[in-house]
Design a protein around this ligand. Structure first.
Ligand code: F6P
Length: 531
């Protein structure tokens, strides 16, 4: 459906064009209850996520129009389809059942007549037993030594989620093993991990939903060779674990593994953090911590399903993102986490959002006529303040910001932590209300941000935060009218990369490549070398 033909779109557009509805100074002055009314608290059982949307450029009329837009996008029906396992990924005829991964036993979700919850819990039990074995030392390497290091090999969704969870949890507790993450096909990455590991005590986890990803295969082969040279090729499988929909492809590729965990075609790579893809962290922090991550995600799922739209954090966040991108024409959105443990959160959300909603064709094959996903980027505060926040305060572009902070520090240094959080609040204040002075020193203000606060950094709150963004992406996809669960745009690059790779080996230059690419290949061939 074309959302721009709905009455709600016209109302929203009129609001977006009027300063009456968008000026933050005025909106705050008019309504002393604004902050409270435009904030939502999501209880997570043990912990809380608090979202303050009041520093966004919108008033009740614009918010009302946005919520109408959500409704007119057939969101309620689509959300039900998502949770019930309908093939919402219509170009691949697949369900997108990431919510089932964290649903309790007995939730009864079926795909093609099979109860996927039973299957999910069976695999979870398998992961638990394996992780406990590695942690206790009952599962060892070929020489009988305990595993001390785990190298996770994967890219995109098979890397970013595990990295995020590793960084978050290792900032609050000590892992049982040291984890390394290898993603890029640049051999420098895998060699750097190798340099820090002992083959006798290293377990390699190869994560690839498709098991056809060039980067993962290449890094896997380098690691297999490294292990084989030290332990004997026949012992390598004792150090290998595979997570994939197609584990047999690993064997075909010569990457035999003694430990295999399935995942399913109906989980998108970028939505797979609650699956066996995260086995590295189950080993590092233990099965109960993984259960906590899933509990946080499930708590957000429940909130997303049950809370009324005007009190529903993912609905509000998704609608506000559409407001900023499609109605106010703000091309990018920054994500600044004031937490070292969340230093990779921007990268995680970048894939989640841009790979999901970076589309220009609707579900039924029509070109969209509004702007869809913004460019998402960011980093960690206060580093951001000493790097790019200048542009956000005084540059010519308006860049909405998601600030993410944590109330508790895992250290004894409350004073420094208070300063960290004060900086975050001050940034959103400066963006919103600015400062009047001579031109060089003026900050115009009226620049939007959302502030998300976690009661503490824990597996549970991180899970909830991830699920919040997943569902916000879904809400945006509904309004854009696109399929958020495919990623055809990345395929051409993969195909061309293998053609160019063949050209590099070919004795004569290819006749098919354009002159620029041929020239680059030739220049590279003249200069390439390995040490
Ligand atoms: O970049 C495309 C992509 O398919 C992502 O969607 C995915 O997360 C990543 O590659 C890795 O894919 P796989 O897990 O199949 O190796």
């Amino acid at each position: 459906m074309d959302i721009t033909t709905t009455p709600a779109w016209s109302v929203a557009l009129a609001c977006a064009q009027s300063v009456v509805h968008t000026d933050l100074q005025k909106l705050f002055a008019l309504d002393p209850t604004r902050a409270e009314r435009m904030s939502v608290s999501v209880p997570l059982g043990n912990g809380e996520l608090f979202a303050d949307f009041s520093k966004q450029n919108l008033d009740d009329a614009s918010l009302g129009a946005l919520l109408q837009l959500v409704e007119q996008s057939r969101f309620v029906e689509r959300r039900l389809n998502l949770f019930e396992g309908v093939a919402v990924n219509n170009t691949e005829n697949q369900a997108a059942l990431h919510t089932a991964l964290r649903a309790p036993a007995g939730s009864g979700v079926e795909v093609n007549g099979n109860d996927v919850i039973d299957e999910i819990h069976r695999v979870r039990a398998q992961i638990t037993t394996f992780a406990q074995g590695v942690r206790s030392g009952s599962i060892t390497g070929a020489t009988g030594k305990h595993f001390r290091s785990v190298i996770n090999v994967g890219i995109g969704g098979s890397d970013l989620g595990p990295v995020l969870v590793w960084e978050a949890l290792s900032s609050i507790s000590a892992p049982a093993v040291q984890c390394h993450f290898v993603s890029n096909i640049d051999p420098v990455g895998v060699r750097s991990a190798i340099a820090q590991c002992d083959p006798e005590t290293t377990l390699v986890v190869l994560c690839s939903k498709s098991f056809s990803t060039a980067e993962t295969l290449s890094n896997g082969r380098i690691l297999s060779k490294w292990l084989g040279e030290s332990l004997g090729q026949q012992h390598v499988s004792k150090h290998f674990c595979v997570v994939s929909v197609f584990p047999d492809k690993a064997t075909t590729a010569g990457l035999a593994a003694d430990y295999v965990f399935p995942m399913w075609a109906w989980v998108g790579g970028r939505y797979s953090v609650a699956s066996a893809v995260n086995v590295v962290n189950v080993i590092a922090f233990g099965p109960p911590e993984f259960d906590e991550l899933l509990a946080g995600m499930h708590a957000m799922d429940e909130h997303f399903l049950a809370a009324p739209p005007e009190r529903n954090a993912p609905v509000l966040m998704g609608a506000i993102n559409v407001w900023n991108r499609s109605l106010l024409d703000r091309e990018t959105r920054a994500m600044v986490a004031y937490s070292t443990g969340l230093r990779s959160f921007a990268s995680y959300v970048q894939q989640l959002e841009m790979e999901s909603n970076g589309k220009r064709v609707t579900r039924d094959g029509q070109y969209v006529n509004i702007e869809t996903s913004p460019v998402v980027w960011g980093g960690v505060g206060t580093n951001a303040q000493h790097a790019y926040m200048q542009l956000l305060h005084q540059g010519t572009s308006v860049v909405p910001v998601d600030f993410i902070g944590v109330a508790a520090t895992p250290t004894h240094d409350l004073d420094a932590h208070d300063a960290l959080v004060a900086n975050m609040f001050a940034q959103s204040q400066a963006l919103a209300f600015g400062h009047q002075a001579e031109p060089h020193r003026t900050l115009p203000g009226n620049r939007p941000s959302t502030t998300l606060l976690l009661s503490s950094l824990s597996a549970r709150t991180v899970g909830a935060l991830i699920a919040l963004y997943e569902h916000s992406v879904f809400v945006q996809g509904c309004i854009f009218g696109i399929n958020s669960f495919d990623q055809w745009g990345v395929e051409l690059g993969k195909k061309l990369a293998s053609e160019v790779r063949a050209d590099i080996d070919a004795p004569t230059p290819s006749q098919v490549a354009d002159s620029s690419t041929s020239q680059l290949v030739q220049w590279y061939k003249n200069h390439r070398r390995a040490t």
